[in-house]
Design a protein around this ligand. Structure first.
Ligand code: ADP
Ligand code: GLC
Length: 474
């Protein structure tokens, strides 16, 4: 079966968050299961693209409204990622350094999707299934089925995965002129509350839609669908919750090149300490103290605004007997507040703003606990990376966090949960976790156990393939 994944991000080409990790690993594991999975994504002016070789396999021009843009489809020549990678380069639209944040994002992603369809239409090998990820590729199922230009692709099964339902890519109907022509009687399929909503269009037009945990699927249908709850409920017969896996080749403490010392579940005690030591020396943190870390986007969903209050309160309540480390970027107000806390608690709090892949690995290895006070967490990968590296997750009981980190008091406990996304809830759980750590034997036992959990993609990749087969048989 030949499957094209379409996405705005893919690790290691361009990563902003977990979407990239998923799209950079799921196809690799699907290929090992006998499927032919490739990735089609926008071209960006980034290191991976500039340092690797690509072959121009298709080119042409795309008209968006009244402007003509030349485009190229470039194929990575060595298949070094474990799948074929196709980049869509549109002059003046995708030749940019960042994935997101541009004023004309709607136009950028309409252009990307339209050219991706030109490419699939003209490609010698037609896909058996097209798998779209998030709203940036949400118009594809509509265009395949209702745009006469793409008639050749009509009926090919599509799957749409929601990695984050908070972002829906809404745009006003004036953007209609940028879309390829279709019969206006079909425009209701693009509409939600009188505007074009690509995520809603994806849900309406795909053969099946999935999200990245069962817990989050439930939340989408109930209170966390960001306005689309009734649509998710209405389309529930084609909804699936499939939890993400992790790439256990990239995220392996035994071989990870970003670590100072590698380790496994038999020798983690001293080796985790060695990684922590380097982190502490680099950031001048007080030695020998337990470390609670946070890695992620400074966004409301992640509860990042709670961090300054939590850190300050915990350091005071534990009389300076705990260290924190935060790596992240995003909301500038959060960054400023964290800087203020850092100045007040020198030696107890390390902060690095910006995106730093290497440092993130060192933190997963050196930390004792990983804190995730998320308000919304569709799946979350950090907690799985943390467990694989022997760091115990402290998580808010929500979405994928609730599915993957049962509380210590449950039978298969893996970490510490708290209910309320506020300072008090998080501090309550952190105190509990730190007290637990003073029981060295129990704490080591838990770390050994979570390091051995199989979070690999094999199981979930199988589930996606089973879903593809079900849809094709319909
Ligand atoms: P989301 O996609 O919502 O941001 P996930 O938990 O699915 O959350 O994935 C986040 C991914 O991004 C993880 O691989 C995490 O290690 C990484 N990450 C987030 N922020 C940073 C950062 N500032 N530096 C390095 N890696 C980061
Ligand atoms: C999104 C979600 C995150 C999930 C990731 C990969 O960015 O916020 O929870 O892990 O996608 O599916």
């Amino acid at each position: 079966m030949r499957v094209f994944h379409l996405s705005a991000e893919c690790y290691p080409v361009a990563k902003v968050g977990g979407l990239a990790d998923v799209v950079g690993s799921l196809p690799k594991y699907q290929n090992r299961l006998g499927c032919v999975a490739s990735v089609i994504m926008p071209w960006y002016d980034v290191d991976f693209v500039n340092k690797n070789t690509f072959e121009n396999i298709f080119d042409g021009k795309v008209v968006l409204r009244n402007h003509q843009y030349p485009f190229k489809v470039l194929k990575e020549t060595k298949n070094q990622l474990g799948f074929e990678l196709f980049l869509i380069k549109i002059e003046g639209l995708t030749d940019r350094q960042s994935v997101y944040g541009y004023e004309d994002a709607a136009k950028q992603f309409i252009g990307f999707q339209t050219v991706a369809l030109y490419f699939m239409r003209e490609s010698e090998i037609q896909p058996d299934l097209v798998h779209c990820h998030d709203h940036h590729t949400g118009l594809i199922p509509f265009m395949m089925n209702y745009v006469p230009e793409f008639e050749k692709l009509r009926g090919i099964p599509t799957v749409g995965t929601i990695h984050n339902g908070q972002y829906q890519g809404q745009m006003g109907w004036e953007m209609l002129n940028y879309l390829p022509g279709f019969n206006l009687s079909d425009s209701g399929l693009l509409d939600w509350n009188n505007i074009i909503n690509p995520l809603a269009a994806m849900v309406k037009c795909t053969h099946a839609f999935t999200t990245v945990s069962e817990g989050y699927l439930n939340e989408l249908m109930n209170e966390k669908g960001a306005g689309l709850e009734s649509l998710y409920r209405q389309e529930s017969q084609k909804a699936y919750g499939l939890v993400n896996g992790i790439d256990t080749e990239v995220w392996n403490p035994e071989t990870d090149e970003f670590l100072v010392e590698n380790y496994g579940s038999n020798n983690f005690v001293s080796k985790k300490k060695a990684n922590k030591k380097v982190l502490y020396e680099r950031y001048k943190l007080n030695k020998e103290l337990p470390l609670v870390a946070f890695i992620g986007r400074f966004a409301a969903e992640k509860g990042a605004d709670l961090l300054p209050g939590i850190i300050q309160r915990m350091i005071m309540e534990r009389s300076g007997d705990v260290n924190f480390f935060v790596l992240g970027s995003g909301n500038l107000e959060v960054e400023q507040k964290l800087l203020d806390v850092q100045h007040r608690f020198i030696g107890n709090f390390g902060l690095e703003t910006g995106y730093n892949e290497a440092l993130s690995h060192l933190i997963y290895a050196g930390a004792d606990f990983l804190l995730m006070p998320s308000r919304v967490e569709p799946c979350g990968l950090n907690q799985m990376y943390a467990m694989r590296y022997g760091s115990i997750p402290i998580v808010r009981k929500t979405g994928g966090l609730n599915d993957t980190v049962p509380d210590i008091e449950e039978k298969n406990g893996r970490g510490f949960q708290f209910n309320d996304a506020d300072e008090t809830g998080a501090c309550w759980a952190i105190h509990k976790a730190l007290d637990f750590m003073s029981n060295t034997k129990e704490s080591r036992k838990l770390r050994r156990k979570i390091m051995k959990i199989d979070f690999s993609w094999e199981k979930s990749a199988q589930k996606y393939l089973a879903l593809y087969k079900t849809i094709k048989q319909r």
